[in-house]
Design a protein around this ligand. Sequence first.
Ligand code: ZN
Ligand code: ZN
Ligand code: FE
Length: 757
Amino acid sequence: MPEERTRRRITVNGIVQGVGFRPFVYSLAQKHGLSGFVENASSGVRIEVEGRSKDLDCFAAALGRDFPPQALLSTISAISIPSTNDCRFSINLSRKSGSVDTLISPDIAVCNGCLTEMFDPADRRYRYPFINCTNCGPRHTIIENIPYDRPYTAMRGFKMCAYCQAEYDDPGDRRFHAQPNACPVCGPRLTLYGAEREIVAGAEAAVGLVADFLKKGKIVALKGLGGFHLAVDATNEEAVRVLRLRKAREGKPLAVMVRDILMAKSFCLIKEIERQVLLSSAKPILLARKRAGQGLAPSVAGGSTLLGLMLPYTPLQHLLFEQLDIPLVMTSANLSDEPICKDDDEVFKHLTGVADYFLSHDRDIYLRSDDSVVSCLAGNKARVIRRSRGYAPAPIPVKDDGPQVLAVGGELKNAICLLKGKQAFLGQHVGDVKNLETYGFFQETIAHLCRIFEGKPELIVYDQHPDYLPSRWAVAQGEVPTLAVQHHHAHLASCLAENRVNGPVIALVLDGTGYGLDRTIWGGEILVGDYRFFDRYACLEPMPLPGGDAAIKAPWRTAVAYLHETFDGRLPDLPFLNDHDFGPVQEMVSKNLNSPRTSSCGRLFDAVAAMIGGCQEIKYEAQAAIELMQSASCLAERPYICDIEDQGGLRMIMVRSIIKGVAGDVASGVAPTRISGRFHRTLVEVLVEEVTRAARELGIKTVALSGGVFNNYLLFNGLITEFGRTGLNVLSHSSVPTGDGGIALGQAMIGRYHLLG
Ligand code: ZN
Ligand code: ZN
Ligand code: FE
């Protein structure tokens, strides 16, 4: 007697569209002899399967286990329904209805299947730079609207040829419903332009010519997934110097693209976890330790002990490296502080005179997206420093459901966040929202994120700093209620949210600048709190910042001010002072002219860096602190004496006592590397002691670490080791940036709890 047939309806939510999920379900159903259908619903993917219950169980198990590599399942639910006695399995067409809970995949590096085809002379896509399939290719950057279907993408202008259409329609094909599917006959094409915008070559010859130009030291703008790169031979010092000069980018290390992992290992020490990051489908820039004498042009990463490396991720980049055995500098094509260029018009307008050639194509980029940056140097764990291409807009799962909130982030390293249900959509890196161009990009990103995720926020949250452009944007919205959130409270909440805990916690928040409740600048804080409240338990002693921003740009000014404050105006005789006209700075501080007070940890690093003869004027953000960290070979054994004072219930970590110690060592000629080691040791000890004290007093067992200073892995690793002895549970960031790129998540969570009352 034949076994009875049963039918189930299975709903899958997560990243399940545009990643080959339906063909996977189709072949799985075939394999287990089931009938039914699969379809994209706006609320996910809906499956109905019918067959013997034993086969249904096998199907369900494989569904949650063997799904395609780029899919990300957040929930699977199943119910039994009456059988319909259908006899075949089919894929139903897309439909748009209800709410959109289906997630848009980030852009995905070209897969091995496509690479094999691209280098196969017999394949019809041989050497075709826009090859892709459901496992790979552009996604987030080409989507204009949802659902993720070709008419809503940058591919809508390309009508598929009969061959491509047949693949697209065949459920058994790797390109079934691959929206960017294309071939040399019907798809996008390359065009190579010269400096005067004249056409140098079309699709066929372009790659070969570009490889030759690069070998000759020319600068080429290359259109990629999220925007243009400027590429140049990373071993050609003269060429790299010209690039820096033309781009007006001094000092800040440049990222390098290498052909393969072998070449990566020739430039950097690559640990296993770092190898995995380099090879991952997000293909971020990995910050890794440089090898000595590796043959790169000195101007690439100057005196840095680290190098940013990445592997090719577009078919075009692979085609180029087929003809090159040199590493390439690959830096975002923009002028300093402006967003990455994404269109021909932009790139011609901004980079004429910078690039010698422009290799472009006719597939539009809807949303610009920089390369992401990841480091594994802290705690041997991959931590995202800049979250952009390959990661955004994959959701950060949060613990509980609640009202929808939009958070607009801070001013520097801006990223926005749409919190919807149990998912936080953290947008791609926008940058420093200080000029009109970046402000425009900021607004584009909000519009885009709200469109593709159907955002209808009940509240808009912004940083309390009244002068930030994102804050002004939020306040100007009018129709939606707004909430201002303190900067370091947002850091605290961001760390809680990423770790899916509710607190309360002790939060150690260390960063450069954040507007404080008392209208001074905070940045070296021990807070206690959760999403609803926070209290300041301890902070670094506030010190004067002569000229505000002027001091941030010139650490020597900060050093003079800190010394002036420490030694009551009588500066000790330290070598770095010989190079500066410090009198006016002292006068500003003593007369309290334009010298706001700050408890910033970043500024303390600046002051110490300048005092030991390190960076006197910065060329990029956090330069002095980064160089100070790199100058220490390890944490020293002996810390400086650091006093604590109780000031009306707020514990003050006395910066002056640390400055006194550092000044003493500098005066007696102690080596900078040792001073840096002692300085780091001092911070580790005093911070762990104060946090532990707070935890004991308040009966809290969890500590959250957040703020840009935690990108300092010497400090971070030292803290982790010391906290390990205290028995405290330590939370830190990994998939959300610890710097200001992560605060929008915290803002959004605080906003949600504000609405919940
Ligand atoms: Zn592929
Ligand atoms: Zn075609
Ligand atoms: Fe911050």
